[in-house]
Design a protein around this ligand. Structure first.
Ligand code: NAD
Length: 511
């Protein structure tokens, strides 16, 4: 392996191949394993983005100890002061937006317009959570007894462990870390092994904004070696995972053993219903963006399109025509519209589902192949893929693929469409295209999902609304907005008796 320079806070923006240590207690620390792993560009695997520490339980223990020490002081910093640091981080992220977006496109492949959006989401989350530092409202209520005062205050939980996925590498880290630190917690984050750099960039902005040492610690590595010990650590009082439902089950089980707070944001199989009165131009535009944006690698990706029969043929013809024209390639090229799969394994999964769909009897009308000629040979590319005449029970209509493969399902009308939409194990996002306001509101009521869009595709969440889903998509918590503040605080009810006598609640009564 070539010689690499070791990254310190001062040289993180250098263009040399960077070797990243763990970030623990404000210091750059090598893993006790002495091992590292490579982060390569999925659009061009000749491009080595960085070398990261392949950490283990001992590294997690060191990081949690540091977080615990930091928490003792950080919890006493007034929340508005904590929030000011997060606000300053937003301003720093704005200055570095272009650099960080380019880093992200190199490490995970999505096109620059989208990685700029990912950094922007972290900026939005920083402004939102900075504002929350001056609220953190709690109820003040009258006591049932005279000369007694009653209120509830939010308190931080302690050390929080965050485990993130690779598809929104900065945005999702920001959804977890920013509300957690504004609420007064200290954190240990394990970024996805495919995209650790963007978490480093976010934490760099926070550190430069004045975040004290140890309040956020980064330990890089793999799920079983770092994620599991982090979730198991007795001093970690809250665990937040965004990832697959399979890993969610593991983390949820671990957290339950020691009564940790646990937030799980998991998979999706998101439906877009298009009724026959819809604006078809708009619906096709939305379907293309929802299905093939981020190469279909969004938890909210539009992976099922449910079409009323009268518009079926026209919609399919026009969507396929547009999908075939999408430019696939390296996201650093501003003209490219769809990047690669994140890695070889994901590409293999995508191609495997193409075979599954064909074997189940669905009709492949667009794409379905790997792209591996010319410059494509260095990356994990495939064609935008459309299946039609998909039966609602087929595996390609039921299972999360997480690639640029969309299933089109015919339906008989509104009621049938909602039944198909709800007939899966997930419940993250959903969409309906119609000009009929009555049907739109009925869909808002009846689609059993955490998010419903009307006349927009299933993707495009904003940071100040609750984000998450029903059924196998999670365990009932929400990120974004006030949901995150709920997760990262615990209530303490406070009673102040200024009567100078013993008053007994529920007992001291006249009647
Ligand atoms: P993943 O479940 O494979 O990994 C997520 C994280 O968990 C990674 O950091 C990984 O290293 C870690 N991990 C893996 N195995 C672990 C284990 N045994 N113990 C502890 N940690 C472990 O998911 P991914 O491939 O990174 O991301 C794609 C998945 O994430 C999709 O299912 C997608 O729908 C979901 N996702 C959900 C949301 C949401 O908010 N609902 C957002 C984005 C992605």
């Amino acid at each position: 392996m070539a010689t690499h320079t070791l990254a310190t806070p001062a040289d993180l923006s250098s263009t040399q191949t960077r070797v990243f240590k763990n970030f623990i207690d404000g210091e750059w620390v090598e893993s006790s394993t002495g091992q590292t792993f490579e982060n390569r560009n999925p659009a061009d695997t000749r491009d080595l983005v960085g070398i990261f520490q392949k950490s283990n339980r001992a590294d997690v223990n060191t990081a949690v100890d540091a977080a615990k020490r930091a928490f003792a002081k950080w919890r006493l910093v007034p929340a508005p002061r904590r929030a000011e640091i997060v606000f300053r981080a937003a301003e720093i992220l704005i200055e570095r937006k272009e650099d960080y977006a380019r880093d992200m496109t190199r490490e995970m492949g999505k096109v620059l317009a989208e990685t700029r959006g990912d950094v922007q989401e972290a900026i939005d989350a920083a402004y939102y959570n900075a504002g929350e530092g001056r609220r953190l409202f709690g109820p003040t209520v009258p006591s049932e007894m005279p000369n007694k005062f009653a209120m509830a205050v939010r308190q931080p939980i302690g050390v929080c462990g965050m485990i993130t996925p690779w598809n929104f590498p900065m945005a999702i880290s920001s959804w977890k870390l920013l509300p957690a630190v504004v609420c007064g917690n200290a954190c240990v984050v394990k970024p996805a092994q495919d995209t650790p750099l963007s978490t480093f960039n976010l934490v760099r902005a926070l550190t430069d904004a004045g975040l004290p040492k140890g309040v956020i610690n980064i330990v890089t590595g793999f799920g079983a070696e770092v994620g599991t010990p982090l979730a198991e650590h007795p001093d970690v009082r809250a665990v937040s995972l965004t990832g697959s439902s399979a890993v969610g089950k593991i983390i949820g089980g671990i957290a339950a053993q020691s009564f940790k707070h646990c937030s799980l944001e998991l998979g999706g199989k998101n439906p877009m219903i298009v009724l026959d009165d819809a604006n078809l131009d708009l619906a096709i535009e939305g379907a293309l963006w929802g299905a093939f944006g981020t190469t279909g690698q969004r938890c909210t990706a539009t992976s099922r399109i449910i079409l009323q029969k009268r518009i079926y043929a026209e919609f399919v013809e026009r969507l396929v025509d547009r999908a075939k024209k999408l430019k696939v390639g390296n996201g650093l090229d501003e003209t490219v519209q769809m990047g690669p799969a994140i890695n070889q394994k994901q590409l293999e999964t995508d191609l495997e589902y193409v075979e599954i769909g064909k074997n189940e009897g669905a009709k492949l009308v667009c794409g379905g192949h790997r792209l591996d000629k010319g410059d494509y040979q260095y990356g994990w590319f495939m064609e935008p893929t459309v299946f039609i005449d998909v039966d609602r029970k087929m595996r390609i209509a039921q299972e999360e693929i997480f690639g640029p493969v969309v299933s089109i399902i015919p339906c008989d009308g509104m009621e049938d469409a909602v039944e198909i939409a709800n007939g899966i194990e997930y419940g993250l996002s959903s969409a309906i295209y119609t000009k009929d306001v009555n049907k739109a509101f009925a869909a808002i009521r009846d689609l059993y999902a955490g998010i419903t869009y009307v006349n927009a595709p299933t993707i495009g969440a904003e940071v100040h609304l609750p984000f998450g889903g029903t059924k196998a998509t999670g365990n009932g918590h929400r990120e974004g907005g006030i949901g995150a503040i709920e997760f990262y605080t615990e209530w303490k009810s406070v009673y102040v008796d200024y009567s100078d006598k013993l008053q007994k609640a529920q007992i001291d009564r006249e009647d």
